[in-house]
Design a protein around this ligand. Structure first.
Ligand code: ATP
Ligand code: BTN
Length: 256
């Protein structure tokens, strides 16, 4: 990654593979071996790329960015959602500022352009009692695919940077910008300036103000998404006016 302008992310430990089962799996192994914060794992393709809830992440050779970063924040476990949210902001900023696209964040961690999914984030945390031992943040970003190439059974239609920009773009440059933005927002979190990132997340949210149905671990919740709180949790107001705090879960948008 020549020309990478981060202070730490990807500077001292950058692992690059032609093929992996999953960059998150490899990063978890490296984290367990003691590799430090800022270690980056990237692969040209994944044979078992994972989404949330055990779903597959389609990861064809040289068509996307498949990258994972090891983080070791000294934060209580309840702040983990902030890390997912800041990652979503970093991905969205990379697409918006650097490529002039108009992505939105579908809370908690999908990135969509014109209702098509361009990127997903899978954060996995290993805890030590109630503190965080490490987090592996995995990002999958579609770059060179064209919509007809995608499998037809996706739950949400997909798109890619090339399909949106209508020109080929170097993946290395996008990866470097992404790591830079990610480090920037992560440092802000550690410095107690998560508020800046949260504001951006709210501005980029495609969920706030909409009627939503959320599949939580305790069943379905329907209501209006009203805000994202300081922990990165979604606040949903149900018909009776009660505000529910949703920590994570699968969300369907019911109105446009
Ligand atoms: P969705 O956002 O599709 O409703 P979800 O966010 O609940 O789904 P995740 O587990 O976050 O589900 O994402 C995995 C899903 O993303 C897969 O089931 C598939 O539909 C879709 N998917 C898999 N690979 C890609 C890809 N490369 N680009 C876009 N979407 C993908
Ligand atoms: C989702 O939308 O469900 C999240 C998808 C996350 C995919 C990335 S690709 C790099 C990293 N390695 C994985 O196996 N998954 C994440």
């Amino acid at each position: 990654l020549e020309g990478l302008s981060t202070q730490q992310f990807g500077q001292n430990h950058y692992f690059y593979y032609q093929e992996l089962d999953s960059t998150n799996n490899r990063a978890r192994e490296l984290a367990a071996e003691g590799y430090p914060e800022g270690t980056v794992v990237a692969a040209e393709m994944q044979t078992a790329g994972r989404g949330r809830r055990g779903r597959d992440w389609y990861s064809p050779n040289q068509e996307g960015i498949y990258v994972s970063v090891i983080l070791r924040p000294l934060l209580p476990l309840k702040e983990i959602s902030r890390v997912s949210l800041l990652t979503a902001v970093a991905v969205a900023e990379t697409l918006a500022t650097d490529l002039n696209l108009h992505p939105l964040i579908k809370w908690p961690n999908d990135i969509l352009i014109n209702n098509r999914k361009i990127a997903g984030i899978l954060s996995e945390v290993v805890t030590d009692m109630d503190s965080i031992e490490y987090i592996v943040v995995g990002i999958g970003l579609n770059i060179n695919n064209f919509p007809p190439d995608f499998p037809h059974d996706f739950r949400t239609p997909a798109t890619s940077v090339q399909a949106e920009c209508q020109r080929p773009l170097p993946r290395v440059q996008i990866l470097q910008n992404l790591l830079f933005n990610l480090e920037n927002h992560y440092q802000k979190l550690l410095q107690g300036r998560f508020g800046d990132t949260l504001e951006k997340a709210k501005n980029l949210s495609m969920v706030i103000g909409r009627e939503v149905k959320i599949d939580t671990l305790n069943g379905f919740l329907t209501g209006q998404a009203v805000d994202i709180d300081d922990h990165g949790f979604l606040l949903v107001r149900d018909q009776s006016g009660t505000i529910h705090t949703v920590m994570s879960g699968e969300i369907s948008l019911l109105s446009s």
